[in-house]
Design a protein around this ligand. Structure first.
Ligand SMILES: [Zn+2]
Length: 350
């Protein structure tokens, strides 16, 4: 018996169903709690395989039109990226921007953190999910690692960072062009702060890192997806987003510590998950990699990446972030994590 408790509560719902001539219907809800934070998610088996009702289908014609229209004024495309994107102050970086392959990192025009660079990932204005290659994603993370090294050198107070992606409007992106956003701050933002506090408690109670205990316990189980290098991939028991998959680094909590092959392996995992999302008919996604600077790390945390799908893109699409997510901070499970893991595993072979 492991130390981690995967708890859920069942609830019976009785009602008179008009689709069954007002006969009594019973639905059994499963409410799950995240073992670390207690965050809840709810699974109603009646909604299984009904993703279509919630997420609809992407409207290819609408997407083609958005891509074509937005490309005309895109300042991440062609020569515009050099002319129209901000540069760092010369005392921060003499180069002004960081380039790795097609990836180009530069300051955000409107910063949401002490440091808030944007990383334009590629030359292409639009990519299908299967076109996000490991190389392209890895170059983006290599630029992020170079940036964090620079920020650490300049600013001893910078303690926490996140490298994240918003793909397309339903995920909150204001630009179609594939890009990452990175935040480096002297304090962790809310969600990471909650995880860190809980990990510290776990470490003082058990003498180990919660996330190392988590992948060790999940390994070989129904939610474990696979290992790529020093990253362990799994579907979390109580997800905070749709189709959530996460990766845990075995050893370190700091992006700055990662070797090239760590970044290549992380990128290969992300590309595999995105390929699976494409087979599900999804296009819009978010992910975030949470990092803690070595000097501020008590050993309880590990680098963690979470990736989720978002609402599909069609005219008048319904937002997938409603009272349940936004104000109750709970998520609806359509595909149980155990089944999601089984599906994603196929993309991790080879
Ligand atoms: Zn563009």
């Amino acid at each position: 018996m492991g130390r981690i408790r995967f708890e859920s509560t069942e609830s019976e719902v009785h009602f008179l169903n008009p689709m069954k001539e007002f006969n009594e219907d019973v639905q059994i809800l499963e409410i799950r709690r995240d073992p670390l934070l207690g965050d809840t998610s709810v699974f109603n088996p009646e909604l299984k395989d009904k993703a279509q009702i919630f997420f609809g289908s992407c409207d290819q014609e609408l997407i083609d039109r958005l891509v074509e229209e937005s490309a005309k004024t895109c300042f991440f495309c062609g020569d515009a990226v050099a002319k129209s994107t901000p540069r760092f102050m010369p005392d921060f970086s003499s180069e002004g921007r960081i380039r790795v392959g097609e990836a180009l990192l530069f300051p955000n025009l409107f910063s949401l953190g002490t440091y808030h660079p944007v990383i334009r990932l590629c030359d292409a204005h639009f990519l299908k999910l299967s076109e996000f290659t490991p190389e392209l994603i890895s170059n983006g993370f290599r630029a992020a690692r170079q940036f964090i090294s620079l920020a650490y050198d300049k600013d001893p107070k910078i303690s926490h960072a996140a490298v994240s992606a918003n793909y397309l409007f339903p995920a909150g992106a204001s630009l179609v062009h594939p890009h990452l956003q990175m935040i480096a701050t002297p304090l962790p933002y809310s969600y990471q702060a909650r995880m860190l506090a809980a990990c510290s408690r776990w470490q003082s109670d058990h003498g180990s890192s919660y996330f190392v205990d988590l992948f060790t316990e999940e390994q070989g189980g129904p939610r474990y997806i696979g290992q790529k290098g020093r990253w362990h991939w799994l579907a979390p028991f109580s997800p905070l987003g749709n189709n959530e998959v996460m990766a845990i680094h075995e050893d370190t909590a700091d992006l700055h510590d990662l070797a090239d092959d760590d970044l290549d392996n992380l990128a290969a995992g992300i590309a595999a998950v995105l390929r699976h999302y494409e087979t599900l008919g999804h296009l819009s996604y978010n992910y975030a990699l949470y990092s803690v600077r070595h000097e501020f790390d008590d050993g309880g945390f590990r680098l963690l990446l979470k990736v989720i799908t978002r609402q599909n893109l069609y005219a008048n699409y319904r937002n997938d972030d409603y009272f349940l997510q936004k104000l109750l901070q709970s998520e609806l499970i359509i595909t149980p994590p155990e089944e999601l893991a089984e599906q994603v595993r196929k993309h991790f072979k080879g």
